[in-house]
Design a protein around this ligand. Structure first.
Ligand SMILES: [Zn+2]
Length: 247
């Protein structure tokens, strides 16, 4: 299947044919696999997309409450609809994701990478994890000497970098080539399973480079500005910074 989210994060709708429908069980709603999709299945701290599937023949619409990996495919999980009709394999549909929410996630995700880039460049602190929702997120760092004063300085520096209008580029590299880039080691690219022979990277040109599967804006200006809303110690070394988009 064509997985458009990885190559064109701005595409939010696609015409597609249903390949497979898996009926609901105790743990998930019905799952629909298409021959092409714009939905992001979640991962790397970015939640899965939501949206709709509309059948071309009769306009019948199903709510997609999440997308997820199903083997190598991306499946669309429908809202469970007790006794309701399901779409069928072969149906022609339009898959449409909730773009307002997705675009907020793209801006938030890029903001978090800008934060990582600044914290690494200016303080040499490694990122150990992160998570986000639309408009807000957090990152964890190995950052022993973080303090309230530093956090204020970090916020100002991140906003300076965002205002510079740095391009954000997606690249797919052979594994060996990716491993030769020293910056990628800090995002633990070396922990990727041996079966993966291509690595997708997100580069905020001049600021940050990470192995990453998520969806991002094309330029840091689209993020706007951020606010640091909190920081916490998760132990002597591990610290957490919370941010949100200013608007
Ligand atoms: Zn990321």
């Amino acid at each position: 299947m064509t997985q458009i989210c990885y190559s064109d994060s701005y595409r939010h709708s696609v015409e597609a044919r249903i390949l497979e429908v898996v009926t609901a069980d105790g743990t998930t709603g019905p799952l629909v696999v298409l021959d092409s999709t714009v939905f992001y299945p979640g991962g790397g701290g970015q939640p899965a997309d939501r949206g709709t599937i509309l059948r071309a023949a009769d306009g019948r619409t199903w709510m997609v409450r999440a997308a997820r990996k199903l083997g190598r495919e991306i499946a669309h999980e429908l809202e469970p609809d007790e006794g309701g009709e399901l779409p069928r394999p072969g149906d022609l549909v339009v898959a449409d994701l909730d773009w307002t929410r997705r675009y907020q996630l793209m801006r938030t995700h890029t903001a978090l990478h800008a934060l990582c880039g600044v914290v690494w460049r200016d303080y040499g602190a490694l990122v150990t994890g992160g998570n986000m929702e639309p408009g807000a997120g957090r990152m964890d760092f190995e950052f022993e000497r973080m303090s309230g004063d530093l956090v204020g300085a970090i916020e100002a520096t991140v906003n300076d970098e965002l205002r510079r209008g740095r391009d954000v580029r997606v690249n797919v590299l052979p594994r060996d080539e990716a491993f030769a880039i020293p910056d990628l080691i800090r995002t633990k690219v070396n922990l990727l399973p041996p079966g993966i022979d291509e690595i997708r990277t997100i580069e905020i040109v001049g600021l940050d480079l990470q192995a990453d599967g998520g969806t991002h804006v094309a330029n840091t200006r689209e993020v706007g500005t951020i606010r640091v809303t909190g920081y916490e110690s998760k132990g002597r070394i591990n610290k957490r910074i919370r941010i949100e988009l200013s608007d």
